[in-house]
Design a protein around this ligand. Structure first.
Ligand SMILES: NC(=O)C1=CN([C@@H]2O[C@H](COP(=O)(O)OP(=O)(O)OC[C@H]3O[C@@H](n4cnc5c(N)ncnc54)[C@H](OP(=O)(O)O)[C@@H]3O)[C@@H](O)[C@H]2O)C=CC1
Ligand SMILES: O=C(O)[C@@H]1CCC=N1
Length: 269
């Protein structure tokens, strides 16, 4: 029997997941969504043909509840949900920083909780979802979570102690690549190329590089060396990247993201 899944807080990541589940063949009759605003509910009904309900109704009717509100809204949502969640319901949180312990404290004793950090490429079925079990979640709960998120990309199980780091790398990860593309497109403008052409060149270089990274099995250093001819163009660029501390900047940036995820654990932000 198909289980019913509810997405609570259907914003950017909630909608990305919802659309992916529908693409993966999840029957819309077994999907529920909740929103804070009526106009957003209307938009989702029209776009996906899914039923929109209150959080309390979702808690009563769905077998699995996916919480996709901001970390700062999680405490309030759980206060509203807590009394309506039966102990056999699986609660999956996609919120950055929020621990399974934070959620468990606000649900009936023994409720199974799974923490997941997805990323926006779930929209194109190339997501990465990092999954950790709370203290009452079983192998079956993890497998069910993988079934949902595996339909829109890869999944990886990690101990919850690694979730803040995973959030810094893969939850936020796409943003760093968009930032690089934006900056490199600006460089193309400086070098005199039309913006559209600069954009296309950089995006195709990014796609080509990403596919080679994924499919060649080669270490990134090897792939970079193959581009870097003696006394050539690439090494001149690499020297500037090193001179400007780009490697150190990336390490510091991801450390800051990891620290911010830890701060969000309190739900106060
Ligand atoms: N964006 C991303 O790339 C990723 C985000 N996440 C996590 O996903 C969560 C959501 O992020 P994101 O989608 O970007 O944020 P959004 O603000 O786009 O989505 C959150 C949605 O939840 C709604 N909401 C808030 N409170 C309630 C409530 N009580 N009942 C129903 N709906 C509610 C908000 O409504 P309203 O519009 O009225 O505010 C909003 O539409 C965050 O916890 C984030 O850490 C995880 C991985 C990646
Ligand atoms: O920026 C954020 O907090 C969310 C979590 C990971 C990606 N976006």
């Amino acid at each position: 029997m198909t289980q019913t899944v509810a997405v609570l807080g259907t914003g950017k990541i909630g909608e990305a997941l919802l659309s992916g589940m529908i693409r993966a063949g999840w029957p819309t009759a077994h999907l529920l969504v909740t929103t804070r605003r009526a106009d957003r509910a209307e938009e989702l009904r029209t776009r996906y043909g899914v039923e929109t309900v209150t959080n309390a109704e979702a808690a009563k009717r769905a077998d699995t509840l996916i919480l996709a509100v901001k970390p700062q809204d999680m405490g309030r949502l759980l206060d509203e949900l807590g009394p309506h969640v039966a102990p056999d319901r699986l609660v999956v949180s996609a919120a950055a920083g929020i621990t399974t312990a934070f959620i468990e404290e606000r649900l009936p004793a023994g409720a199974p909780v799974v923490r997941v950090m997805p990323n926006t490429p779930v929209l194109v079925d190339e997501g990465m979802s990092v999954i950790s079990a709370g203290s009452h979640a079983t192998g079956d709960h993890l497998a069910h979570t993988e079934e949902i998120f595996g339909g829109v990309g890869k999944t990886l199980r990690v101990p919850e102690s690694q979730q803040d780091a995973a959030t810094a790398l893969s939850g936020s990860g796409p943003a760093y690549f968009y930032f690089l593309v934006e900056a490199m497109t600006d460089a193309g403008i400086l070098l005199g190329l039309p913006r559209a052409q600069a954009h296309d060149l950089i995006v195709q270089a990014a796609i080509g590089a990403a596919v080679m990274l994924r499919d060649s099995g080669e270490h990134p250093v090897k792939l970079r060396e193959a581009v870097t001819s003696p006394a050539g163009t690439t090494i001149s660029a690499i020297r500037e990247l090193e001179n400007h501390g780009v490697r150190a900047a990336l390490i510091a940036a991801l450390e800051a993201a990891r620290d911010r995820s830890r701060e969000l654990a309190t739900g106060n932000g």
